[in-house]
Design a protein around this ligand. Structure first.
Ligand code: SF4
Length: 372
């Protein structure tokens, strides 16, 4: 597509913005915001070299390149420097969460192949596969990230079936036997046979008590967190009973179900290990000596310190390390507000393997300092 000539007022505005960037921005890590005439933060970005990055917006070809479309909406460009690219990345995430800029869709696209298991909030929670916490999906408990959603979905369906948990999306219509007026209860499930065939406890018709449903949900959580094998054991018992009664077709169906749960269990076990291994002290050299130390546990920065240069600063850092890494492994679940940062750190360390060389186990870090 050929480049489009801009109206003169727009060309003048872009020339002024360009002159502002050229005269004031420095080539160091930072974040920037594109702000429209109405004051809307339309786009947030980060760069290792803010000036170079911002100048590139003015060389982009309109309408072919996204950068040109973004800068064309801007009435003002603001930026702040950060000590490092890593710090800029985290600040970019914070700003995106704060402003939800309309033009930042590409970021979401990057993580589109990643899936999470979510235990939904609210009455009669269910297990669902989602693509990270979207705008309308806050709350609940998350497990992940996983690569690809297909097999995960099938395995979760088996787990829900084994435990009688619902998998429908009728979130607002759930009720419990001990919580409803009798007249309020619908007589039939809405076009779903799971209650009738005994694979769902049927909260849509107020069949289970809240206690009975929540007990099954607790077992699902415990299974996903590696604390119980109950659903697999029960399938195994049923499978052996079917074989003993020469019901080989049924035994084969149960064997397949069991295999799906075993593979789910295996995926969760690998996940727990992978997330737990994202726990360390991370030393990041900063621009002009602004070095930082990040205390990362389970893929999330729990504390940040300037590189200590006095005994008091060392003591504060050591006490922070003890506080952050105290206790054994946390359960496998991830609170929804931590999912974005976990994704960010997973992507940071998987695309820059050399950064792992700057990480140290907390105990080694403390021992190294004590030995000085
Ligand atoms: S039986 Fe009712 S609660 Fe269970 S999945 Fe079907 S519609 Fe949902």
């Amino acid at each position: 597509m050929p480049a489009v000539a801009l109206p003169s007022a727009e060309a003048e505005r872009l020339a002024l913005l360009r002159a502002h960037v050229r005269g004031n921005a420095e080539d160091r890590p930072g974040v920037y915001r594109m702000i429209t005439e109405t004051g809307e933060v339309a786009y947030v970005g980060k760069s290792k070299r803010v000036r170079t990055r911002l100048m590139s917006y003015f060389r982009a070809e309109y309408p072919k390149e996204k950068a040109a479309r973004i800068v064309r909406e801007a009435e003002a460009i603001e930026w702040e420097y950060q000590p490092s690219e890593f710090a800029a990345l985290r600040e970019e995430l914070r700003l995106i969460k704060a402003f939800r800029p309309r033009l930042n869709v590409a970021q979401k696209r990057d993580a589109r192949h990643l899936a999470f298991v979510r235990i939904t909030p609210g009455r009669a929670p269910r297990l669902a596969v989602v693509r990270g916490p979207g705008a309308g999906e806050r709350g609940g408990t998350y497990y992940g990230p996983f690569n690809g959603a297909g097999h995960l979905r099938e395995a979760l369906r088996e787990l829900s079936t084994a435990l009688g948990l619902r998998d429908c999306t009728l979130d607002g219509k759930m009720r419990f036997a001990d919580q409803v007026e009798l007249l309020d209860v619908p007589l039939r499930t809405p076009g779903c046979l799971r209650y009738e065939i005994g694979t769902c406890l049927g909260p849509c018709v107020g069949a289970p008590t809240a206690r009975a449903y929540n007990q099954q949900l607790r077992e699902a959580r415990a299974f996903l967190e590696g604390a119980t094998e109950g659903p697999i054991v029960r399938l195994d018992v049923a499978m052996q009973a079917a074989s003993a009664e020469w019901q080989f077709e049924r035994a084969a169906v149960l064997r397949d179900k069991k295999a799906k749960l075993e593979s789910l269990q295996e995926r969760f076990s690998r996940l727990r290990f992978a997330v737990e291994s994202l726990s360390f002290v991370y030393l990041v050299p900063g621009h002009a000596g602004e070095d930082r130390i990040y205390l990362v546990r389970r893929g999330v920065v729990r504390a940040e310190h300037a590189a200590p240069d006095t005994p008091e600063a060392w003591a504060a850092l050591a006490s922070s390390i003890h506080a952050v890494f105290r206790g054994g492994p946390l359960p496998g679940a991830i609170p929804s507000h931590e999912v974005d940062e976990l994704l960010l750190l997973t992507s940071w360390f998987s695309t820059r393997a050399e950064e792992l060389d700057a990480t140290v186990p907390p105990a080694s870090f403390l021992a190294g300092h004590d030995a000085r």
